[in-house]
Design a binder for this molecule. Sequence first.
Ligand SMILES: Cc1cc2nc3c(=O)[nH]c(=O)nc-3n(C[C@H](O)[C@H](O)[C@H](O)COP(=O)(O)OP(=O)(O)OC[C@H]3O[C@@H](n4cnc5c(N)ncnc54)[C@H](O)[C@@H]3O)c2cc1C
Length: 282
Amino acid sequence: MRLQGVRRFHLARDVEEALSLLSAYDGRGALLAGGVDLLRVPGREVEGLIDITRMGLAFVDGAGGRLRVGATTTLTEVLESPDTAHYAGGVLAEVLRAVAVPPLRNMATLGGAVVSAHPWADLPTALVALGAEARWVGDTEGRGSVEELYQGEFRGLFRKAVLTEIRFPPWEGAFAYEKVGRSATDIALLNACCGLGMDDGTIAWARVAVGARPERGERLPWAEEALVGQKAGPALWAEVGRLVESKVEVGDDRRAGGTWRRHTAGVLVARALARAAEKAAG
Ligand SMILES: Cc1cc2nc3c(=O)[nH]c(=O)nc-3n(C[C@H](O)[C@H](O)[C@H](O)COP(=O)(O)OP(=O)(O)OC[C@H]3O[C@@H](n4cnc5c(N)ncnc54)[C@H](O)[C@@H]3O)c2cc1C
């Protein structure tokens, strides 16, 4: 964003006011949450910044085994919530600890991470694996899985709508997250989030997502199918790791080559499956 263009700053009191301001700016206004992304990336001309962090959308609620998180909850608030620790084997805490550094997590919000959706980011891969649902208010109220949103024109949608909440469904089982970056605080060169439910040592359901390929995280349904109905154990993790290595779609970018990504995807999926199974059994 070219900040020189910003003329006004608004503190929206509720979603209705944020929407009415967005509409009044007719494309020249932007919703501001943590500002980590918005104030950094050069982009379209913006005249009005609409702060949405005082609208009561910062909360974490883990009632009933699912998790509801308000869009303006900071990543630190999500990470430190006891509800997050108990959800799906504590996977969200693993993911959030992998996001950059604490000062950034103190500012960045979960909603901002959903909307900015960098292909190399940690959260999109986990949100897709976990079957997270987004809820928003625009001309009308809307909801949809984050996985489906990422397959469409979600950026256009959130120029005219406020993301209000992200809901994570309950899972009878556990998830684990794996990431490789150049350092502990750097962005991912590749990441994977896997979940398993087990019934007497046999896999009842499986979720496998790989991200930063360098494309954004996507599920691998054929890897999930290869797991369901099989006996859990190291041989299976290794077999599915090899399957992922042979079939996953990866590419080159300036950070890593496709050959390395392909091999590493197999390794990360095998590792995440092993850890998810350990958690699910424990
Ligand atoms: C230096 C750096 C390192 C990073 N490292 C990592 C990392 O290691 N792992 C990782 O996963 N991510 C990483 N990120 C990405 C970071 O997590 C996201 O940029 C951040 O979560 C954005 O949140 P925010 O609240 O600051 O959004 P903002 O910057 O305020 O907004 C981002 C965009 O989303 C829109 N928006 C925000 N909230 C809403 C809403 N409720 N409804 C509709 N639109 C909305 C804004 O208008 C804007 O277009 C990094 C970012 C930076 C700058």
